[in-house]
Design a binder for this molecule. Structure first.
Ligand SMILES: N[C@@H](CCC(=O)N[C@@H](CS)C(=O)NCC(=O)O)C(=O)O
Length: 217
């Protein structure tokens, strides 16, 4: 299998399936497409040349099968590697985990806009009321699921839901977002820290920070 990804320092969408493949113990090669190139078409052209039909990354190639969306890739990996335990066997837990994933995949636009993933910097930011609402909602989702399933991850053991929220945890860290101001009693910030200490994320982060493009900034 080949996973086509963007720069690890920025690409939240790429991080999700990469973490999922690592957790599943799958063998795969990585192809890097540089984001934020000089010309607006350069990334799309490079992604298309690498085989992306949408001109976006990530893309997973498995033989002649090409899957071009991070959520679709994660679900495919869960089906192809059932022993990887990427979703719980309990149907309600899966359904609620998938609800959280879908909300992340299609929502939280203000948070994404105002706090883009930047693994190599720390900066304070003044959030808009809309983005503050997004943070409150993330804290609520996390607290409810952690409480219901007892942790340590959102629906029990590490799952695709945690892959989707790991980039969010990095945004909170990068921009110094104090979750206690958004309804956290400590459970959400402890969960965010757990995501950021997972060995697979630490490997991604180490790759990101040792990228020559980041080192030469
Ligand atoms: N819904 C898609 C979104 C993919 C996406 O927007 N990818 C960004 C990179 S993180 C991209 O390829 N951007 C192209 C560009 O920067 O020109 C997914 O989940 O895979």
């Amino acid at each position: 299998m080949e996973l086509i990804i963007g720069d690890k320092v920025w690409s939240t969408w790429s991080m999700r399936p990469w973490l999922v493949l690592k957790h599943a113990g799958a063998e795969f090669n990585e192809t890097l497409i540089r984001l934020r190139e000089q010309t607006s078409d350069a990334t799309g052209d490079a992604a298309a040349a690498a085989g992306s039909p949408s001109r976006l990354v990530p893309v997973l190639k498995d033989g002649d099968l090409i899957i071009w969306d991070s959520l679709a890739i994660c679900e495919y990996v869960a089906e192809r590697f059932p022993e990887g335990g990427l979703w719980p066997v309990d149907a309600p837990a899966r359904a609620l985990g998938r609800s959280a994933v879908a909300e992340m995949h299609s929502g939280f636009q203000a948070l994404r806009r105002e706090c883009p993933m930047e693994l190599s910097i720390r900066v304070d930011v003044d959030l808009s009321e809309e983005a503050r609402g997004d943070v409150r909602r993330v804290v609520t989702v996390w607290r409810e699921l952690l409480d219901r399933f007892g942790g340590p991850f959102l629906v029990g053991e590490w799952s695709i839901a945690d892959a989707f929220f790991t980039p969010v945890a990095t945004r909170f860290r990068t921009y110094g977002v104090d979750l206690s101001e958004y309804g956290d009693d400590g459970a959400a910030s402890a969960y965010a820290e757990r995501l950021l200490q997972a060995p697979e994320f630490l490997q991604w982060q180490s790759d990101a920070l040792s990228d020559e493009r980041v080192l030469n900034r």
